[in-house]
Design a protein. Structure first.
Length: 266
């Protein structure tokens, strides 16, 4: 299997070109966890994954609840909110790179409303560049979460909601005790997909910042690419890919089991 072969290369010093290589055991993994740039990339990857997952699902659920109402424009709104999902991530990255430029739409709008002091070099400031990328990802995929939640909402019996309303339950109580348990499958799917996508973000980072400024937006995916294709350290990049795969698998299993237990306790 190619994946097993790649994991095997992580235990060598192969550069990706030379047919000769040596077995080095766990040296690449030890090097990675002693490499400050790699450690920062791990932290950035986890921050992006968790942050994007939380915000994306909150917005996606809010949009689903909104367009599931009886408003006349609900079909058009569904199309508008879902539209960014079908755009290539590279195209989205170039679009937001323009939006984030010092003289781009965001800063110009801030100046127009008298908030010019809030204008930022959004992708050039190490303190906010990672958050700017997270906003870009959430904008693109919140509509995807919305569609999955919307499909779940279609299966919620209106009779139960109406009966709860007649019993005096307010909107929050109806959502929490009736709608939320029935959305458990949709929540599980959405959180899993968002988490995996967040851990593997590459296009948006590479197009906009290539991991800069000052490595503030490096992720494991960008380091895997850079070490393999720019530095010729294929084995080291394979070790990073193995760690990324382990993160995806472990966090996915933990999240899935937690959600199943939560559903079972309802």
């Amino acid at each position: 299997m190619p994946s097993a072969q790649g994991a095997g290369f992580a235990l060598t010093d192969w550069d990706g070109l030379n047919p000769e290589w040596s077995f080095v055991g766990l040296d690449n993994f030890i090097r990675m966890f002693n490499d400050s740039q790699a450690v920062r990339a791990i932290v950035n990857t986890l921050l992006l994954a968790v942050g994007v997952t939380i915000v994306e699902n909150i917005i996606g659920l809010a949009l689903a609840l909104a367009v599931n109402s009886k408003i006349k424009s609900r079909h058009a709104l569904r199309l508008i909110f879902f539209a960014p999902v079908v755009v290539l991530s590279i195209v989205v990255a170039f679009l937001w790179q323009f939006i984030y430029t010092p003289n781009g739409p965001i800063n110009e709008l801030l100046r127009l409303v008298g908030l010019g002091s809030w204008a930022q070099n959004w992708l050039g400031d190490p303190n906010i560049a990672l958050g700017a990328i997270a906003v870009m990802v959430v904008w693109q995929f919140a509509g995807y979460a919305m569609i999955i939640y919307l499909a779940g909402l279609q299966g919620v019996p209106e009779e139960q909601i109406e009966a709860a309303a007649l019993d005096g339950a307010n909107g929050v109580q109806r959502f929490w005790y009736i709608v939320r348990p029935m959305l458990a499958p949709a929540i599980t799917v959405n959180l899993m997909l968002s988490l995996i996508r967040g851990l593997m973000i590459f296009d948006q980072i590479w197009v906009t910042t290539q991991g800069g400024p000052a490595s503030s937006t490096n992720s494991l995916s960008t380091l895997v690419y850079r070490n393999a294709f720019q530095y010729g350290e294929f084995a080291y990049s394979a070790a990073m890919a193995v760690v990324l795969t382990v993160f995806v698998a472990v966090l996915g299993v933990i999240q899935y089991r937690f959600l199943l237990n939560t559903k079972g306790n309802k």
